[in-house]
Design a protein. Sequence first.
Length: 726
Amino acid sequence: MKNYSSNTRALFSTSYLAAAIALAPQLAQAAAQAPEFEEVLVTADFREVAIADIPTSITVIDQQTLQDESARHFEDILNSIANLNWSGATSRPRYFQIRGVGEQEDYQGAPNSSVGFIVDDIDMSGLGTAASTFDLQQVEVLRGPQGTRFGANALAGLIHLKSNDPSETFEFGGEATVGDDNQRGLGVVVSGPLSETLGYRVAVESQQQDGFRTNEFLNQNNTNQRDEFTGRVKLRWQPDQQWQLDANLLYTNNDNGYDAWTLDNNGFKTLTDKPGVDNQETQAGSLKVQWLGDTLALTSLTSAASTDHNHAYDGDWANPDYWAAKSCTDYYDENNNGDDTDSIACVYDYLWDKRAQRDTLSQEFRAASTDNSLLFNGSTAWLAGIYLHTLDESNDLYSEYNTYPDEVLRSNYEATNTAIFGQIDSDLGREYALSIGLRSEARTSDYSDSNGDTFEPDESMWGGHLALTKSISDAQNVYARVARGYKAGGFNMTLPSELASKKEFESETLLNYELGLKSFWLEGSASTNMTLFYMERLNQQVDASLQDPNNPQRFILFTENAGSSDNYGAEFEGQWAVNEVLEIYGSLGYLQAQYGDYQYQDKYGSPVDLSGRDLAHAPRFTYSAGLTLRPGNGLFANINANGKSEFYYSDSNDSKSDAFTLVNAKLGYETDDWSAYVWGRNLTDEKYGVRGFYFGNEPDIDWVDKQYIRFGDPRQIGVTFNLSFN
């Protein structure tokens, strides 16, 4: 395999997209008739709105695209979404960054997400492991603050997974997958009516694979395994034209390993004696009740979730035999002053183990206008609501980075969010429309732990949006939007006395300005969405860490505010059904996201100035391109590529990734009742980093700081068989 430079790979990807654009006129001329795209409705908003009419930057990936690209988990498609990135600190993505804003990990402290993650109206923010794409209707990614609709958990944006609803007629579907890395998958869905007023849908799926790692110390190849089960049950009751009740039950059990790090950065051969785990079991449900009257529409949305989670890893990334064979300097003499330089056998054994139980409950009531209760001579729709959310999380943290009184830090965190919100959408005439939204939210919280730390912060926050839309023609809308998002402040536990001033950090505010153009072309057979944005982050929150030079096995982790910054960029997405055979699509994201005025001290007390540096996990470019062929004789082909430019891994150092491009493909044969495919992911076997650290983790080289990288999945080939009956 050729080893292209990062710039060359980026050039190749840009060339592919340019070639597709250059060929477009010839393909259009050859097309007998180009089909129109079906209208896509966004379900994450208060009302289901066509994507062309919602004044915000949004990506919607529908069920057909998920199937065409052989996506089995949200991880498989997130790299193709403009200005979205993720951190590989866990077995599956749980920490996301939209336009450079978001967390990289959550090793301790209270959950406080910048990017919301919703699955069928259930708040799963910070728990993105439960993101199977089996039987999904669509994935929606809303970029920029969603303060009116979702409040504190959507400072940077929102990811919404919507599964299929009960069908009006009987449906049965099955899917079986096998592939290398011992990949096995099986899914079944059954849907239809139970009566004239009651429908159901049941979908279950199980996926297993070894995880692309070989543990050479334990002689095992499944220490990084994925063993994931997802079950969904949906009921829809429509007794008459006024009432609709939707009940949803979700159960996920992901019994995953986490053995992904190596001392020599070889990527896929580990030496740990205590391989980690990343388990998550969630039982959740939601109930949506809608009543439509002549002058009023009422909605009640209730959701609850209970999650048991265990994330652990072997932090020395090796084993006792490995370290005993090394020669180390004895830093730990009787006086602990570091002057004993005798060479001894290394003794280094570190484990990090966090066990959490999280329970959430939310209730939302909304009242909205109907066509008979519009304001201002029938020009303005209105909506108002209240929201309550409670979270109770208990954690048991065992970490040999720190010493606690009983070796385990036991903590409990409770938080209650209450909010009122409202929105008006007005037709101003002359093809202008105005949307104004406002949300006021209060949070009270209570934290205590076995180390004696207690916090009871409470605060009030507000956000909203102002958007003006102009319909240029039946096929083009332009909009300007200003949105204010917010994220609650918080606290840092178990800090040493010298960092007492950092015990608490302030809330963050983000002002986002957007100018967008949404267009249909060629009589509806092509569409483009283009957005320019500018962001002001006030009191931005950053994750910091310090390694104690006198005790290198001890780390201090904390969050602090880093002043303000101005960030800007653009997003482009387009798709074109050239004819009934060929469809092409692509996206491009550009991002300038830097720190404002931010300095910190490294582990030796020396000042480090990051002012003006790019934020962590904020690549300058994200891009994707793909094409799908269906000649009409049953044959099918899809090829797609996505990639990122280089990006910094951390807020605390200058460790960087390399740029990369991933190429995927799928070939198959389709009939009305069954289909068979062969597929490949990362066909060029690109070695690409998804998380990195820069610190001292090797006592035999005197704990010298060094870059360590966790790599994404290598090449994988598999086959899938689908069966369906209607």
